[in-house]
Ligand binder design. Structure first.
Ligand SMILES: Cc1ncc(COP(=O)(O)O)c(C=O)c1O
Length: 363
């Protein structure tokens, strides 16, 4: 089998190093006599996988013992709903910076509660083509929390630094989880779906400061209470064993094979440069959807050719050559290349070269 150049926005490409280990674990995990998808979550094997994944997260993000690392089924969207139920307070503001579709989903969840949902900046009128100047944002020190989206998967923007707030800062890192070093101590809650940068679909990871757990109201359903997830080490009910297993492998790959987040970031910079250089050196043949260079994402590169016919031809030719997932999201149009952690350097290089040749041929 030839693995194609996979640029899908998620579920997305995984490292061969991890996929091969997962493949062999499907038949038998270690010396257990059963495959990983056939194994009870009440075994010491799974305890080791879960606690190993948590230890890798703590190591890579240099987390203090003040943070819990949790796995929540239902994806990032479920965490948005849970955080609204756990942390939105009547009469208090929940503040949001609206940088795209996924910010809006978090805003929607807050607006279903009795809290005051306060959108302090929105990029909607400019089609989310840039991020706000974070120094000019007005935060309420007394807000229940401030929510941002670190990387905007659809628009193709990514914060290079984060705002500093007195109120607890929450961040959706679904599409740039573990792609660069992050000072986790500035956040009270970090969350993201696993299916882009970390593993298969099926769960979200939540990194939450223990002080936040004390604020959760009584009487919530156990499945919607982060305090229960923390108390039960994410095993209140049956966790997604395979998803957590592969996530642990990918975290180990970042640590042991890539050499940590500094190296991961350098890889990601280099991969994105192949594609952004092809855009910038095309004499206007390609244009990026993001209008401020510093806001460009290293994870989701959004661009288009100089007309729609050429976009179609681009997709036809790249598909024939074994590239996948390059069609832009319907709300932005054009093209999008998702160059997550596990996207191989060769794939990004191959796409950059194709783009340069295509622009020369049709420019
Ligand atoms: C930034 C971001 N947040 C949230 C989501 C929603 O994730 P899920 O499908 O895990 O609910 C996505 C999905 O693409 C995303 O890119």
């Amino acid at each position: 089998m030839t693995r194609k150049h996979n640029f899908y926005a998620g579920p997305a490409v995984l490292p061969v190093w991890a996929v091969e280990k997962a493949q062999s674990a499907l038949m038998e995990y270690m010396d257990s006599g059963v495959g990983i998808t056939e194994m009870s979550h009440r075994t010491t094997y799974f305890d080791d996988i879960l606690n190993g994944a948590i230890a890798s997260v703590k190591k890579l993000y240099k987390l203090s013992d003040d943070y819990h690392v949790l796995f929540v089924q239902g994806g990032a969207s479920m965490v948005m709903a849970i955080s609204a139920l756990n942390f939105c307070r009547e009469g208090k503001k929940s503040q949001f910076v609206d940088t795209g579709t996924w910010s809006r989903r978090a805003i929607l969840e807050s607006s279903r509660t009795s809290a005051v949902t306060d959108v302090i900046w929105s990029g909607k009128d400019v089609n989310y083509s840039h991020l706000p100047d974070i120094d000019s944002l007005q935060f309420d020190d007394d807000a229940s929390f401030v929510h941002i989206t670190s990387n905007n998967t659809i628009a193709g923007t990514q914060y290079k630094k984060f705002p500093s707030t007195k109120a607890p800062l929450f961040v959706d890192m679904s599409s740039d989880f573990f792609s660069r070093p992050v000072d986790a101590s500035q956040f009270s809650l970090i969350y993201g779906g696993l299916q882009k940068n970390l593993g298969p679909a099926g769960a979200a990871m939540v990194i939450v400061h223990k002080d936040m757990l004390e604020k959760i109201p009584q009487g919530l359903s156990e499945m919607l209470d982060l305090g229960v997830y923390a108390k039960k080490n994410s095993i209140y009910n049956t966790p997604p064993v395979f998803t957590i297993f592969v996530t642990h492998l990918v975290l180990r790959w970042i640590d042991e094979v890539i050499g940590g987040l500094e190296n991961m970031h350098n890889h990601n910079l280099k991969k994105a440069a192949y594609i952004y250089d092809a855009i910038d050196e095309s004499n206007g043949f390609y244009s990026g959807a993001v209008d401020v260079k510093d806001d460009r994402s290293l994870m989701n590169i959004t661009f288009k050719c100089k007309n729609e016919e050429l976009d179609k031809l681009f997709l036809k030719e790249t598909t024939a050559l074994g590239f996948m997932g390059l069609k832009g999201h319907r709300s932005v149009g054009g093209l999008r290349a998702s160059t997550y952690n596990s996207c191989p350097m060769e794939s990004a290089n191959a796409l950059g070269s194709f783009m340069t040749d295509f622009a020369k041929k049709h420019g």
